[in-house]
Design a protein around this ligand. Structure first.
Ligand SMILES: *[C@@H]1O[C@H](CO)[C@@H](O)[C@H](O)[C@H]1NC(C)=O
Ligand SMILES: *[C@@H]1O[C@H](CO)[C@@H](O)[C@H](O)[C@H]1NC(C)=O
Ligand SMILES: *[C@@H]1O[C@H](CO)[C@@H](O)[C@H](O)[C@H]1NC(C)=O
Ligand SMILES: *[C@@H]1O[C@H](CO)[C@@H](O)[C@H](O)[C@H]1NC(C)=O
Ligand SMILES: *[C@@H]1O[C@H](CO)[C@@H](O)[C@H](O)[C@H]1NC(C)=O
Length: 756
């Protein structure tokens, strides 16, 4: 100790000396090498620079992961002469904690790729994994093995995770088990669990982490996804006859989301750009749910940089998501001096804002749900510990119900998530700050690299499968990404038509895809839900007013009004990220997708979706890959010119275009004001759709066109005169409602249509 004090005095002196001489003084790179690895510096050898050690996969830097060049120009921690810096093999926590069973092979230590096998004593049965492999992130694959026998206990044996010890061996109602981690491991998750009346343990299974243990992006997306989704939706499991469960969104409550990103030097610079990207992705993802949260977004070091202030969300001038995203994009940290980290400042800021909200909301505050999300390594060097501030936040949100019994009633209104990011994460300081029900709240990431992808994966969650029109948005031109972008796309293969999945049991297409004599068994529907491509058809219904000959004697050889049909499948398709229904007009689900609050109407939906006189819409083609075609629907003043071209179509002799093109059609095509794509043979029956805030709404079905410019299919551009006509679904709602909303049958769950 005395030694290092002496040396730092000396260094300060030396520094003053060299500054006086106009030269800057730096930390030294003597004795910094690491055996088996290398190091990088964030700011060369200057003050504030972090030295980060790197090791090959399967190894970690020992005894320290990084060093900081302090203003005194001394490294912290200082390299120790007797403890050589080296790359050590990554270990997984000790699996030999299994009760009533044996672990093979028995070893002192387990390294990456080592495999273990578990066997229970006779009379005991094994739950969890029978074999596990040690991974390069310091965790075992699979689940904790548990050997138990039926003792009539109320809760099942919760087991002992690798590296841990447990006290408590009785599993009746209200019995408690406590966990701790051995050696130099520390515990992530619940250190105490209580057996509840419903037979489940409270909290989450704890895990023992080394300083070099990290969560993989997949683990984070699974755990964070299932946890945050509790805040974004409330589940209503209706009859479980249906594959996709129904989702109802909390309408009463207000969701307030506070995001804080640590931009101090202790986190590497390129990671901050990635943090910005990840926050952007998170916000976009959340916006695809029906809730519209209020946001507070800050970046912090020793000072605070505000991106969005939640107070602005109250009282009229609500910021749009896009304006927040723009602010985020604009934020640049290069211009700032980020010395110092004041984590408590971030918490205090949120505390103050929650207090203001409480004051403004009055009694309504009890329906406010608060979600705080932090990205930090926890290495604060000013402002003190945030613990007392967190206690105040809890007291505020729990409304003084902090006594053990009452607290639980309010616990679900506050979630604090922490993403520990960086080479050296201060877990002991950070983990106790997390709070909330329903799953893991503390995550440990080596780098922020995959966080964007992590947040994107959140919609894979089982619970959101039922939401119509949800889709992924990245296109890497592979078949898989196409299917995820258009998970509702179906094909009526043997009729060369497209269709769209509108419920787990119905496909919407064009009536003209069917022949007069067709039976359900003649029609082949392809949907790739992993249970066989070809779906059996139970029945199909054409619109009752569809009659291709209706206007033969008025100069229209083939009349396509009401050109829609619904195909009922024999079985429900399996809903997943790859296969999911599209939203259709005038349903309650679509109002939720459009974020229409209160008693919304069909008309409101239409006004929102077809609001300008040139509305951007799309439909799909297959040749042989699925591709998107983009068109402008000519509405209002633009419509007459557009439908006028119908008179040049073959088989039309009337002088009045509205005889062939009734009010029920949307018109697209031509080259003005933009060259539209044109429909090809084979595109018929497909959805004409629009993406709205990350959800897809079907507006029409592809029906007929004036010219056949592309028998072979593909993405083809229109010529001057060519036009396409699509049935506007808003005009055929009674038909859709009669079939899809039919609640006098027991074959399928009816869709909920709006009253008017
Ligand atoms: C300190 O480091 C900077 C950047 O590497 C360098 O330009 C400067 O010359 C160094 N000063 C001394 C005294 O070594
Ligand atoms: C465990 O891993 C270490 C390091 O890779 C290796 O030397 C050892 O042979 C492995 N043990 C077994 C039983 O595979
Ligand atoms: C929602 O609010 C309404 C009126 O404020 C109330 O009648 C209803 O019970 C609330 N619903 C829930 C689930 O709290
Ligand atoms: C909570 O406690 C604080 C301080 O003890 C007090 O000022 C406040 O009025 C209490 N709030 C409620 C809702 O009881
Ligand atoms: C609704 O279901 C009932 C009972 O199966 C059936 O008789 C009726 O035809 C259905 N309505 C429509 C429009 O399909």
């Amino acid at each position: 100790m005395g030694f290092s004090v002496h040396w730092s005095c000396f260094a300060v002196l030396l520094c003053l000396l060299c500054m006086g001489g106009g030269v800057r003084c730096n930390c030294t790179d003597d004795n910094m090498q690491i055996e088996g690895g290398h190091y990088t510096l964030t700011k060369q050898l200057m003050s504030g620079s972090t030295l980060i050690y790197h090791c090959p996969e399967g190894f970690y830097p020992y005894p320290t992961l990084s060093r900081l060049c302090q203003p005194t120009k001394i490294w912290k921690p200082l390299p120790k002469r007797y403890l050589h810096q080296t790359c050590k093999m990554i270990e997984c926590p000790d699996p030999n904690v299994l009760e009533y069973g044996n672990v093979f092979p028995p070893q002192e230590r387990y390294y990456v790729n080592n495999e273990t096998r578990f066997e229970c004593y006779s009379g005991y049965t094994l739950r969890g994994s029978t074999t596990r492999v040690c991974l390069p992130n310091g965790k075992w694959t699979g689940a904790t093995p548990i050997c138990s026998r039926d003792t009539g206990d109320h809760c099942a044996d919760p087991g002992i995770p690798a590296g841990a010890g447990r006290s408590g061996n009785i599993f009746g109602i209200d019995d408690t088990v406590k966990y701790s981690c051995n050696d130099n491991l520390y515990l992530v998750g619940s250190n105490e669990r209580v057996c509840q009346e419903n037979g489940q343990w409270t909290g989450t299974e704890p895990a023992c982490y080394y300083r070099h243990t990290y969560d993989t992006p997949l683990e984070v997306s699974e755990a964070f996804g299932s946890s945050i989704i509790n805040s974004l939706t409330t589940l209503e499991s209706t009859e479980d006859t249906q594959e996709g469960r129904k989702i109802r969104i909390t309408k009463n409550g207000t969701l307030n989301i506070y995001i804080a990103v640590d931009i101090s030097e202790s986190i590497e610079k390129d990671q901050i750009v990635k943090a910005k990207d990840a926050v952007t992705k998170l916000l976009t993802k959340i916006s695809s749910f029906a809730v519209s949260p209020n946001y507070d977004i800050i970046f912090f070091s020793s000072e605070l940089f505000e991106i969005a202030n939640i107070i602005n969300f109250f009282g009229g001038n609500k910021k749009s998501l896009q304006s927040i995203l723009d602010e985020l994009e604009k934020f640049n940290i290069d211009e700032r001096d980020n010395a110092g980290t004041d984590l408590n400042l971030a918490f205090t800021t949120f505390l103050e804002r929650i207090a203001v909200i409480k004051q403004q909301a009055g009694d309504g505050f009890k329906d406010h749900h608060h979600v705080l999300i932090f990205f930090t390594d926890g290495g604060y060097n000013m402002g003190g510990s945030p613990s007392p501030t967190v206690a105040k936040i809890k007291n505020l949100v729990y409304m003084n119900h902090t006594g053990a019994a009452n607290q639980q009633t309010r616990e679900e209104f506050l979630d604090i998530y922490i993403f520990g990011i960086g080479v050296d994460i201060y877990d002991d300081d950070l983990q106790p700050l997390t709070t909330g029900t329903g799953g893991k709240h503390y995550f440990r990431l080596k780098a922020i690299d995959n966080l964007q992808e992590t947040f994107d994966e959140i919609i894979d969650e089982e619970d959101v499968k039922g939401l119509c029109g949800l889709h992924k948005e990245y296109d890497d031109q592979t078949k898989e990404s196409k299917q995820k972008m258009y998970p509702w796309a179906a094909q009526i293969t043997n009729r060369k038509c497209m269709g769209s999945l509108v419920t787990p049991k119905f496909v919407l297409t064009a009536a003209h895809c069917f022949k007069f004599e067709d039976l359900p068994t003649d029609v082949q529907v392809d949907i790739n839900d992993g249970r066989g491509l070809v779906k059996k058809v139970k029945d199909f219904k054409l619109h009752p007013d569809y009659n291709v000959d209706a206007k033969k004697n008025e100069g229209v050889d083939e009349f396509y009004d009401y050109d829609v049909a619904l195909i009922e499948l024999e079985e429900y398709v399996k809903i997943s990220t790859d296969v999911r229904p599209i939203c259709i007009p005038c349903t309650k689900e679509t109002s939720e997708a459009l974020k229409l609050v209160g008693e919304s109407t069909c008309k409101e939906q239409e006004q929102l979706l077809l609001k300008t006189h040139l509305e951007e819409l799309s439909f799909l083609t297959k040749n042989p890959k699925i591709e998107q075609k983009d068109v402008l629907a000519k509405l209002g003043d633009n419509r007459n010119e557009c439908i006028g071209h119908a008179l040049k179509a073959k088989g039309i002799t009337t002088k009045d275009p509205t005889v062939a093109v009734t009010e029920n059609f949307l018109c697209t095509g031509g080259r003005s004001p933009r060259r539209d794509h044109i429909a090809c043979t084979g595109d018929s029956g497909g959805a004409v759709f629009k993406n709205y805030e990350h959800r897809t709404i079907q507006i029409g079905t592809v029906s007929w066109g004036t010219k056949n410019l592309c028998k072979a299919g593909g993405v083809v551009e229109s010529d001057d005169a060519s036009r396409d006509f699509h049935i506007n679904l808003f005009r055929v709602v009674p038909f859709l409602k009669a079939v899809l909303g039919n609640d006098t049958q027991n074959d399928y769950a009816p869709l909920q249509f709006l009253e008017d």
